[in-house]
Design a protein around this ligand. Structure first.
Ligand code: SF4
Ligand code: SF4
Length: 483
């Protein structure tokens, strides 16, 4: 959320070079000290995708979960400029707000509202302002060198769209795993009392979260723990919480990345590998030699001439970012069908359509996922046409990893099945299609088209006409594909 030095908070800043083997990329478009989201050019033209941010909060409408060792490092830093942020942390410790030997977590009530309406709250609603934000004409982080790993890996805009996003999410996953292992280790070494461990950890060994209401028996929605609960959670450290946190900081300060890796186990090594791979992709400036047009898909939204005539806006999953390109250029991108080299397609489009495609625009479209690399020898996927949808056709979701499904009720109390694939949402509310929607989610990895005629309750069947009509619509939208 803030790109002032150090690039990552401690202790991660000490380890990142070794973990990634290379420097972190810069995000020049997230101009934190002169926040882009407070300027007209930073706002998405569609209010549904993003409102102007609140100058009082910028993107700090988030309650970080500070682990025990980060609190210790902050409390013992002695840095004068962190006085206000340190006082806010001390306030939470003294008032027993979300404060356990694992760290300081956000209040459950706040978290619940946040999860329900995240898109309306983020960057806008001052009620969700981080308690460590120093307010004023230029709001800034009061605990910057020790802030949360989520804050340090969030950027409202990226230089290289989805490639950057993928990289930062991998770094976030890597440090989240390290954070759990380190915070747990500190508790085990310093506070191994049986009752404390029983209360602080779930039956699968994962740390209990205050915000997840896993400590809900004793916590109010503001995150306050009663004196009795605190006594039980803190055991021998009750009343000496700051001393405990400082010892956690000392322990973690003494570790090198190799030791962190050994502590966190093979899962961290896998995430480290992913982050390195994502970074290598990001550092590769070349345009792939062969490209294909992905078409409309759930991973981005295309608004063709909707906001300004002659301009197409492409919005990636990361909805505060967007790219505006001339519609004239956007309309010829379908010419990339993977059958010829990228240079040959550029030449062909110049001659046949009279459009000169700038290589930087092609690079942007690759970064967004609008154009995709075709590997050597990779068979070309034919575009969807209704004649490919036979009863024997095998179908699957185009982006399985982005699929989420939910069974719920609409405002009238009718049952619904909702499938969300990136930006696209499909709701089934007709009673005879609820089972169809449910089975669709279950069969996300693949099914024969004719199988779907049996996706009805009580042994009933759906007609092939009805099923093929639904499947055809989903294929045309790029949600399903024939494989
Ligand atoms: S919204 Fe946040 S990340 Fe984006 S420029 Fe402003 S402070 Fe930086
Ligand atoms: S910890 Fe700092 S960067 Fe993170 S939300 Fe709070 S004020 Fe913003």
């Amino acid at each position: 959320m803030d790109t002032r030095a150090p690039r990552l908070p401690y202790p991660y800043a000490w380890w990142v070079d070794e973990a990634l083997g290379s420097e972190l990329p810069r995000e020049h478009r997230a101009t934190c000290s002169d926040c882009i989201m407070l300027k007209a050019e930073g706002h998405h033209p569609d209010p549904e995708h993003g409102q102007p941010f609140n100058p009082a909060t910028k993107c700090c409408t988030y309650y970080p979960y500070l682990p025990n060792y980060s609190i210790g490092l902050l409390l013992t830093s002695g840095a004068g400029e962190l006085e206000v942020g340190t006082a806010a942390v001390r306030h939470n410790i003294r008032q027993r707000i979300g404060c356990t030997p694992l760290g300081i977590d956000g209040p459950p009530g706040l978290q619940l509202s946040y999860e329900r309406s995240r898109d309306d709250i983020f960057g806008v609603d001052a009620r969700f302002m981080c308690p460590y934000l120093i307010t004023g004409a230029n709001p800034h982080c009061g605990i910057h060198p020790y802030r949360d790993h989520v804050c340090a890996t969030y950027f409202c805009k990226h230089d290289r769209s989805m490639l950057d996003l993928d990289f930062w999410l991998s770094v976030r996953a890597m440090f989240r795993t390290a954070k759990k292992a380190l915070a747990t280790r500190c508790v085990l070494e310093l506070c191994p009392d049986s009752e404390v461990l029983d209360l602080l950890f779930l039956s699968d060994g994962m740390p209990s979260k205050v915000r997840g209401r896993q400590l809900s028996a004793w916590i109010d929605s503001d995150g306050h723990l009663s004196a009795d609960t605190s006594r039980r959670l803190w055991g021998r450290w009750y009343g000496k919480e700051e001393e405990f946190f400082a010892l956690c900081g000392d322990r973690v300060k003494a570790l090198g990345w190799k030791e962190v890796r050994a502590l966190a186990g093979p899962g961290l090594a896998v995430l480290e590998h992913r982050a390195r791979k994502a970074l290598a992709r990001l550092q590769h400036p070349d345009i792939p030699p062969r490209l294909k047009w992905v078409g409309s898909g759930p991973q981005f939204v295309i608004d063709r001439d909707r906001f300004t005539q002659g301009t197409t806006i492409v919005t990636p999953l990361h909805r505060h970012d967007f790219v505006a390109i001339p519609t004239r250029a956007f309309d010829v991108l379908e010419g990339f069908d993977g059958s010829e080299s990228t240079d040959a397609v550029i030449d062909r489009l110049r001659t046949s359509r009279g459009v000169e495609l700038d290589r930087s625009l092609i690079r942007q479209m690759v970064d967004l996922g609008v154009l995709e690399e075709v590997e050597d020898g990779e068979p070309l996927e034919p575009p969807f046409t209704p004649d490919r949808l036979t009863p024997q056709a095998r179908l699957r979701f185009s982006r399985v990893a982005h699929l989420a499904s939910q069974i719920g009720f609409d405002e009238g109390g009718r049952a619904t099945v909702t499938l969300q694939l990136g930006f696209k949402e499909i709701e089934f509310d007709e009673p005879d299609l609820l089972e169809f929607g449910r089975q669709l989610a279950i069969h996300k990895n693949g099914f024969l088209a004719e199988e779907a005629t049996h996706w009805a309750l009580g042994g009933a069947t759906l007609s092939w006409e009805k099923v093929s009509e639904l499947l055809e619509a989903l294929c045309s939208e790029g949600i399903l594909k024939v494989v």
